[in-house]
Design a binder for this molecule. Structure first.
Ligand SMILES: [Zn+2]
Length: 370
């Protein structure tokens, strides 16, 4: 079976690519655009593999032939991979003289766990040196592939100067070379680059696709997968992060905080967050607030729409926290609006402790107004 079966929820994109392969009408440049964490990189890699696979056509890409394996390992001699990096001080020959460790860690992550977000410690971009290296590589002849594959990830991360250098390649594309660009920020690309690529749209993943990927591929349990799929809302990388947060106890912490709010135990709450201050950073608080939102929403729908409950494994706790169903839906909506506000604030500079305090007061109000 072709490895394309591993790509879920992108039938439209796959259909276009299949058709291109089948009719041998492959464009010189494709632009895979759509939200983050929906499979653009993996699909681009598989497409490059399919174009070079040594297996029978219906099995391409097979993932096991020599060509597929080298591409999966991101070290095929006719595969050129550009992505936003720190300054590498790279020579035209591709020799990296700076920040090699973060460069290699990024590639390792792409090979082993492409669904995880890799964080560089400083701002990155697709640099002039990378494009210069690409130009140099393209001037050499193809080693042994059917098609030379250039994968340019987050192509929007080129500055004007770099974009223009890259544009020259698109204007005079070398033979038997396919450019695969990905972006989640279509509007940041130069229109002149856009106009030279065939765009292919990638959709946000549905909740059920995300949930089944989390369960079957990463082996999370059902409640974790379900909650993370909802919170991730279409972005698999976020969903994985949330599922990871759940295994780190953030979901339980949300329940614990809710219980303290119900019991009006402010001092206990203060002690709790002070004891956790080393673990609570912008990222974990943001995830925690997402869990709070789903928890409050669960309480609100507990009786009216139980099939919408996210924390399906915690019905008893939910019933306890709902008391006698005395939380009003209007107050819940107000609270959820407030949470969105908090989450926006986290993106900037904010005192997390103060924000958590305000969140606690808002939770207490949910009960008081009842
Ligand atoms: Zn193959």
């Amino acid at each position: 079976m072709s490895m394309f079966k591993n790509i879920l929820g992108q039938d439209h994109a796959l259909q276009i690519l299949h058709s291109a392969i089948e009719h041998d009408r492959v464009s010189q440049a494709y632009l895979f655009h759509g939200p983050e964490g929906v499979g653009k990189f993996t699909t681009a890699l598989y497409f490059g593999m399919a174009l070079n696979c040594l297996a029978k056509s219906e099995f391409r890409p097979c993932g096991v032939c020599n060509s597929c394996r080298r591409l999966l390992n991101l070290d095929h001699p006719d595969f050129i991979y550009l992505f936003p990096t720190l300054n590498l001080r790279m020579t035209d020959e591709g020799e990296i003289r700076d920040n090699l460790d973060s460069y290699e860690a990024y590639i390792q992550n792409k090979k082993d766990t492409p669904w995880l977000q890799y964080h560089f410690n400083r701002a990155t971009e697709i640099r002039r040196e990378s494009v210069a290296f690409l130009i140099k590589r393209l001037s050499l002849s193809i080693f042994d592939a059917n098609y030379r594959i250039c994968l340019i990830e987050n192509a929007d991360m080129m500055n004007i100067q770099t974009s223009n250098a890259f544009l020259k390649i698109l204007e005079e594309p070398p033979a038997k070379t396919v450019m695969l660009l990905t972006t989640s920020r279509l509007s940041s690309l130069l229109p002149t680059i856009l106009s030279r690529c065939q765009p292919i749209y990638f959709r946000p993943l549905s909740q059920s696709v995300t949930e089944s990927l989390l369960r079957n591929k990463l082996e999370y349990d059902e409640p974790t997968a379900r909650a993370a799929a909802r919170i991730g809302s279409g972005n698999f990388k976020t969903a994985v992060q949330v599922a990871e947060g759940s295994s780190q106890g953030l979901r339980d912490l949300a329940f614990q905080i809710m219980e303290l709010a119900m019991g009006d135990k402010e001092l206990d709450f203060v002690n709790l967050i002070d004891s956790l201050k080393d673990q609570l950073n912008a990222e974990s608080v943001k995830n925690l607030l997402s869990y709070m939102g789903f928890l409050v929403n669960d309480i609100a729908v507990l009786r009216s729409n139980p099939e919408e409950i996210t924390n399906i494994d915690k019905l008893d706790e939910l019933k306890k926290l709902a008391r006698d169903d005395d939380i009003f839906i209007e107050d819940v909506l107000k609270f959820l609006g407030l949470l969105e506000d908090f989450q926006r604030k986290i993106a900037g500079k904010v005192n997390l402790r103060l924000l958590m305090m305000n969140c606690f007061y808002a939770l207490k109000d949910l009960y008081r107004s009842a």
